[in-house]
Design a protein around this ligand. Sequence first.
Ligand SMILES: NC(=O)c1ccc[n+]([C@@H]2O[C@H](COP(=O)([O-])OP(=O)(O)OC[C@H]3O[C@@H](n4cnc5c(N)ncnc54)[C@H](O)[C@@H]3O)[C@@H](O)[C@H]2O)c1
Length: 439
Amino acid sequence: MKIAIVGTGYVGLVTGTCFAETGVDVTCVDIDSRKVEMLRRGEMPIYEPGLAEMAQRNMKLRRLHFETDLTTVLPDVDIVFIAVGTPPNPVTGAADMRYVHEVATTIGSALDHYVVVVTKSTVPVGTSREITAIIRRQLQLRGAEVEFDVASNPEFLKEGAAIKDFMSPDRVVIGCDSDRAKRMMTKLYKPFMLNSFRVIFMDVASAEMTKYAANAMLATRISFINDIANLCERVGADVNMVRKGITSDARIGSKFLYPGCGYGGSCFPKDVKALIRTAAENGMSLKLIEAVEDVNERQKHILFAKASAHTDLRGKRIAIWGLSFKPETDDIREAPALVLIDELLAAGAVPRVYDPIAMPEVQRRYADRLEYACDMYDAVLDADMLIVVTEWKEFRVPSWQVVAKAMRAPVVIDGRNIYDPDEMRDLGFTYYMIGRATT
Ligand SMILES: NC(=O)c1ccc[n+]([C@@H]2O[C@H](COP(=O)([O-])OP(=O)(O)OC[C@H]3O[C@@H](n4cnc5c(N)ncnc54)[C@H](O)[C@@H]3O)[C@@H](O)[C@H]2O)c1
């Protein structure tokens, strides 16, 4: 079986590499020729654990190829995945579908045999119908009569664990309205079914909706626990204890109930916005989801609020540990650290930042407006305060004596509640957390 994956971002590159690993012949296509050149050299444009090794192995076995022109790839493939970005429109919050539509136009302009076109990008309900209409229009313009189907196969991988999530998914959701497309998708996902992973077939609209509903649910849990955490602080309760108390209930469970400084990344913020927009377009307001977004926006300011309540920040050097939106990725899209950095700069502070992987991304954005440290201990040198934003493993058990010696003032604001307050007090730190009393 031969397939094409259009878009070599976090989703497209992982999807292509993992399908190649199962023996499928995969061509990944991207309009970014710089990226394609890098990939052909075996260099990864993104950081994702395990990806480089798997991609290089499959390239050597000639099962994984990279191209810039979809029209030259199309004649040879049975399935085309669309995995391009669907970023939010800055004004309306709706998913910007221009890249998906461009790919559909290209497919229609060159299609010469039956293929299944599969949307892997997160797209609003109704997109598969739009893609069908665009391809049909292009075929009509060429006077060509070619059959095709459009299916939906939303992706649920988590950045930082993308390879594992793709190879051992909790479930695979496939929306198909034709038997022929269903047979092709079944063949492609057969290796995953052998391992008895669940493949759930449904209609296209339900598959499209499933992705938004899943992300909205997870975002809701995060905003819920953040709201409870803030109230805990007001009433003198400890959110860690409350968390233990509620998550021991099997109906509630423990996942995605960690208080922090808000969710970020390329998915939750954009998908929550897009879902609200879809509801509005259909004459509904999703009050709960709107509140989830409001709570998250507020939560992204919480670290700055704590820092500025502690001291006048003008001229102060503030160390920041962790910049990516979560550990094990270099992705800084919508990262809470960016909100904090912007606020610190506006207040006249001097952020001195460190992240194990995301430094180049942050450097591209802020250039010489920040101080860039070469490691976590270098970051706290002469710092008036340390703020922990992303809970990378290497920050879990720091040598506090070294940190205390390096800092001008022993103040730590922990946006992820990862340290022991008693230990921090004994070490002489003023230690702020989320949803727990300061020690
Ligand atoms: N990142 C995640 O964790 C994740 C998880 C699940 C779903 N998704 C969804 O998957 C989609 C892709 O996300 P991503 O994070 O991989 O995006 P990304 O921005 O990292 O990558 C998109 C890629 O598409 C390429 N592209 C754009 N237009 C193109 C065209 N016409 N032809 C070929 N290539 C083109 C870009 O150059 C870029 O390399 C989005 O809809 C996103 O919501 C993302």
